[in-house]
Write a protein that binds this ligand. Sequence first.
Ligand code: UDP
Length: 391
Amino acid sequence: MKILVCVGARPNFMKAAPLVKELKGLPETTVVLIHTGQHYDELMSDIFFADLELPRPDVYLGIGSASQAVQTARVLERFEDVLLKERPAAVVVVGDVNSTLACALATAKMEYPDGPDSYRGERPLLAHVEAGLRSFDRTMPEEINRLVTDALADLLFVTEESAIRNLRAEGIPDEKVHFVGNVMIDTLKAFSARAEASGIRAQLHLEEAEYALVTLHRPSSVDSPQVLGGLARTLVALAQHIPVVFPAHPRTLQRLETFGLKGQFCESSPGPVEGSMKSKPLLLSPLGYLDFLHLLKHARLVMTDSGGVQEETTVLGVPCLTLRENTERPVTVTHGTNKIVGRDPEVVLAEALQALSHPSKRGKAPPLWDGQAAQRIAAILVQALKERKDR
Ligand code: UDP
């Protein structure tokens, strides 16, 4: 049974890695790894293949950067050719990026002129890993990707109970929905010891639990000079109290440059840091998974607009402030260490200072975030394919 696993952008690699490993280990499955090339350079793509021991992609679509519609359209067109050539029994998409939506749409609309006998010309089964998460904010491109992908999928693998409720409210039949845990946490657990061995904290002269780690990349945080300028001011003010380390997404680096905000930061590639870091936040290029996980594990405080980082801090028990108005991952607030604080610079600074002075709750791992999610997904997927074949 041939299974296509699709990845395209940074947060996909951590989610696909344990699945690829699990499916490759099964005697009845052949895995074909498709990389759309939505993220394509060393720091946003290649390093994760090395860090996470992902095999080289079997197919690389090379779509590159473009507007939302153009990027989606390019994947849609090129992925249809892959489906025609590969004729898989199933397609697995993960997360909520444009490649997720486009690969799902191409799969759902696939028509084989003369289908392989075993599947009687039916289109491949479509599985969505990390289904059902909803911010209820349709200005987020990811929310549109999540809604459409879930409407099309045959198997919906969910990470938390809120997702079951969301899918039910959208009329998705319960029998399609499987609560399996969180593949991103599978990866965190699998690579935790290796991340511990990273030398990044020593290189940056950061003491255990004596720094704040920041990531920002959502358009709503970084595309407006007012919003990004306000957040930059907050980070500068916070850096008077604790070293602030900011490995920035390429989009964010570009916006900081364009808006003339880079001068507020101290720039250095990982290496010895001058005394100036005590008063300016340290701006870095994006980090590889192992280095980033190392910094996450030992941070005193994390400030982010990332989806995945909210989940990782929950499991690590590290206080997290989410600089957004909402989260599609409410379990990170109810069970974990996450607090949603918005983007008002004064409020963010007050919350950060409060988090530094008052130890917050340690939180607990949400149900089934135990490192076994990929195993559960593989078992359900293989069973569904066998049942389809026997029909
Ligand atoms: N991450 C990383 N290096 C960085 C920043 C983040 O490896 O410099 C990892 C992080 O640990 C998590 C994933 O990237 O596993 C989250 O990706 P991102 O924030 O880009 O996407 P989102 O989760 O918001 O969809």
